[in-house]
Design a protein around this ligand. Structure first.
Ligand code: ARG
Length: 265
């Protein structure tokens, strides 16, 4: 079945064709000298992840990841456009070709590597636990019997699943990380496990205190990568080269400092 937009497009094309035929004119033919229309690469991002990706008041998608990809695209000589894409469908959108690239603080994991390809790592992160200041939590093990909020399908979800058992009724899975953290504030969950940068930023900017963070030596270092559709080696090579270039010329460090206050250690 045709959707409305498509129908309108077809109708408009037919009308334009009739109009041209009516005046005996021919549709303009591109001359060989005309520059080919620049391809715009569509970048999917779950823009509810400050300071990595957020939608500002004007609706623009901004953040560290966005600046990194813009700088990489600039070096690679490609045009990019960011499209807010819910985490839940983000990997499918890439697989189906609705997005050319994903940047979304995505941790490179062996499991994900089976269905998509990743750039070189561009940022390191770790899981971090957020709890009320008075909670008896000093290590990961301490939240084993607690109600824990995570963003569905993230590495936070994965580690808590390992601790409590994947099907534990105490794991509350949210569509976004801010929703999980709001639920912690509201008292609906007793802990949240999520990427350190986002947890720290949220607690500092959205709450009036009363929460602490707890890290645990068992949490592995996670590397964020930019994802492309599996097998898209040509685009991946350009992205990797762009990453090398922005690291070499200092622009990566500038972007880092702009979002995190100081240059990376
Ligand atoms: N780094 C974590 C993962 O890859 C969480 C990423 C969530 N990103 C986002 N924009 N919501 O699973």
């Amino acid at each position: 079945m045709l959707d409305n937009r498509r129908f309108t497009l077809i109708a408009a094309t037919l009308l334009a064709g009739l109009a041209l035929a009516g005046c005996g004119k021919q549709a303009p033919v591109a001359t060989p000298t005309a520059a080919p229309a620049a391809r715009v690469y569509v970048v999917g991002t779950d823009a509810a992840y400050t300071p990595f990706e957020t939608q500002n008041d004007k609706g623009d998608i901004v953040g560290f990841d966005v600046d990194v990809v813009k700088a990489v695209a600039n070096k690679a000589g490609i045009e990019v456009k960011f499209v807010n894409t819910p985490w839940e469908g983000i990997f499918n959108a890439l697989g189906q070709g609705d997005r050319d690239l994903l940047v979304s603080a995505i941790t490179i994991t062996d499991e994900r590597r089976q269905t998509m390809d990743f750039s070189k790592p561009y940022f390191d992160a770790k899981q971090l636990i957020a709890v009320r200041t008075d909670a008896p939590v000093t290590r990961f093990e301490d939240i084993k019997a607690m109600k824990v909020g995570v963003q569905n399908g993230t590495t936070g979800d994965e580690v808590v699943g390992k601790l409590q058992g994947k099907s534990s009724g105490n794991i509350k899975r949210f569509e976004s990380t801010p929703l999980a953290l709001k639920e912690l504030e509201a008292g609906g969950v007793e802990a949240v496990v999520a990427d350190n940068g986002v947890v720290v930023h949220y607690l500092a900017n959205n709450t009036k205190g009363g929460f602490k963070t707890v890290s645990d030596a068992s949490f592995p270092v996670e590397h964020y990568g930019i994802a492309v559709k599996k097998g898209n080696a040509e685009l991946l090579a350009r992205i990797d080269k762009g990453l090398d270039d922005i690291k070499a010329d200092g622009s990566y460090d500038k972007i880092y400092a702009a979002h995190f206050g100081s240059a990376p250690k």
